[in-house]
Design a protein around this ligand. Structure first.
Ligand code: 5GP
Ligand code: ZN
Length: 138
């Protein structure tokens, strides 16, 4: 199902032009207009899902192998040394377009840090409490 006012629905449907790397009946893979590095791509389902929590499971199972294939093609075609798969869910997590998408970000040797954080140092008790809260909510 599409959402009328969604830009990624329009791009995925081909109504707004994009630099398309791959397309099939379920997805379109495009270059990001504001790339973190050369070749930064977005995997867009053709149907609208707000985020990973509502994504169809069969489609989800297709997206990870496709991301790996795109990443391999980036290594071969662009000479990147690796790639990150990034997928933001919710405003607090940095999601700005609320149509599910997976970023495939090429990483070049000696390129800048991008996906990084300061490691915390929780105690064993804190880890156990945190794990219990998540487990009980599953
Ligand atoms: P998010 O922050 O939601 O995970 O990622 C949204 C991404 O979509 C950003 O990297 C942004 O540069 C990209 N983007 C936003 N609008 C457009 C657009 O109209 N076309 C393309 N190709 N990328 C877009
Ligand atoms: Zn959409």
């Amino acid at each position: 199902m599409r959402k009328d006012d969604c830009i990624f629905c329009k791009i995925a449907a081909g109504e707004i032009p994009s630099s398309t790397l791959y397309e099939d009946e379920d997805v379109r893979v495009i270059l990001d207009l504001g790339p973190a590095s050369q070749g930064h791509a977005l995997i867009l389902p053709k149907d609208h899902y707000d985020d990973v929590c509502t994504l169809d499971e069969a489609l989800a199972a297709k997206i990870l192998p496709l991301a790996a294939r795109i990443g391999q093609a980036m290594k071969k075609g662009l000479g990147c040394a690796g790639f990150n798969l990034v997928q933001n869910n919710g405003k607090a997590a940095g999601q700005t377009v609320f149509h599910f998408h997976m970023h495939v970000i090429p990483r070049y040797a000696d390129g800048p840090d991008m996906v990084c954080w300061e490691p915390g140092s929780p105690s064993r008790e804190e880890l156990a409490e945190t794990a219990a809260k998540i487990r009980e909510a599953l």
